[in-house]
Design a binder for this molecule. Structure first.
Ligand SMILES: Cc1ncc(C[n+]2csc(CCOP(=O)(O)OP(=O)(O)O)c2C)c(N)n1
Ligand SMILES: [Mg+2]
Length: 336
């Protein structure tokens, strides 16, 4: 109970010792794909080929991938707009996502909506509700539903630093705590909510300190360290599965691009970005892989090339795919 401040020396953590070389490489591949997928989407956006806006998780890859990697197959993921890495960990394909962003019929929302409110029940991914905070009660409901159905599932949801100011944050987290639900809420504290910096967002020292008020544990993690995120998320999942209730995790990181691609984030001090650039989560994990001896000569380039080839194939596939017909606009929108 109570708040734990940043964990030290997770390298020796027994949770990490269980990760195999294949796991390390899978984590790396997901992070790299998340970054490159979004880089590709940005280019397509500038060519006018994307339907809707483009919001990226550049800088958030360690948080989205590390956390989702801690989930089991039957668990439920409720991602937000910077969590493409989490979709990929659950098994979502670049092809399907590309069709989604290019507004094609075989995208996840079948060419309706913009692009990011997508889910996939076959992969345990609930589609994002745009109104910030509203996914927290949904995550609590998913955890409660799982319990009522006798399923051993955990729900994992995310919220931004700005989203923590919404009433649903309190309602959802309090409900989950009182009902002792197997839910994990990860605050992605990336220093800004659009142009609002954190000192104008909350007056407490750390958002994770709020956990104490709900009677649940709160853990702070370095959001640019994928192994630390994974270790802490795994402990929270284990706790939830053991019937010990929710955990609040605050992952500190930096939003490395504008709120979306229509925003040049002129209001973010440049030296702040330069400082965070040095902590890039992907470069950092590459160092770990090298130290562990998992990266032999040319391996990184080879993996990077595979990711880029897969993306080009996905773009070609999406460009050949059909847009929906106008009469399909309302199909499947309302329940029968
Ligand atoms: C209730 C609500 N208010 C406003 C918005 C518009 N909006 C979308 S994202 C965003 C900023 C959110 O900031 P934060 O929660 O810190 O997440 P970040 O975008 O930084 O990841 C805003 C204001 C919204 N989607 N929902
Ligand atoms: Mg934010």
């Amino acid at each position: 109970m109570g708040t734990q401040k940043p964990r030290a020396a997770v390298a020796a953590d027994p949770i990490l010792e269980q990760l195999t070389e294949a796991d390390y490489l899978a984590i790396y591949r997901h992070m790299r794909m998340a970054r490159e997928f979004e880089n590709r989407i940005i280019k397509l956006y500038r060519q006018g080929k994307i339907v809707g806006g483009v919001y990226t998780g550049t800088g958030n890859e360690a948080t989205s991938v590390g956390s989702a990697f801690a989930l089991g197959k039957e668990d439920i993921l409720l991602p937000l707009h910077r969590d493409i890495g989490a979709h990929l960990v659950r098994g979502q394909t670049a092809r399907r996502l590309m069709c989604q962003y290019m507004g094609r019929r075989n995208g996840l929302t079948r060419g309706r909506d913009g692009n990011m409110h997508n889910g996939d029940h076959s992969l345990g991914i609930f589609a994002m509700v745009s109104h910030l905070g509203t996914m927290i009660p949904v995550a609590a409901g998913a955890a409660l539903g799982g319990r009522l159905l006798g399923k051993d599932l955990v729900s994992m949801n995310y919220i931004g630093d700005g989203g923590t100011s919404i009433g649903d944050f309190h309602e959802g987290l309090n409900f989950a705590a009182v009902m002792n639900l197997p839910m994990i809420l990860i605050i992605e504290n990336n220093q800004y909510a659009y142009s609002t910096p954190t000192h104008q967002q909350y007056a407490c020292a750390d958002l994770v300190d709020r956990a104490r008020g709900y009677g649940i544990p709160g853990v702070m993690v370095d959001g640019n360290d994928v192994l630390e995120v994974y270790a802490v998320a795994s402990q929270a999942v284990e706790r939830a599965r053991a019937g010990k209730g929710p955990t609040l995790i605050e992952s500190k990181s930096m939003r490395m691009r504008g709120h979306s691609e229509h925003d040049d984030h002129f209001y973010v001090p440049k030296d702040l970005l330069t400082d965070w650039e040095k902590k890039d989560p992907i470069r950092r994990f590459e160092k770990v892989l090298k130290e562990k001896g998992y990266i032999r000569e040319g391996k990184l380039e080879e993996m990077g090339k595979k990711v880029l080839d897969e993306l080009e194939e996905a773009v070609r596939f999406a460009e050949k795919s059909d847009f929906p017909e106008p009469h399909e606009a309302a199909e499947g929108v309302y329940a029968d």
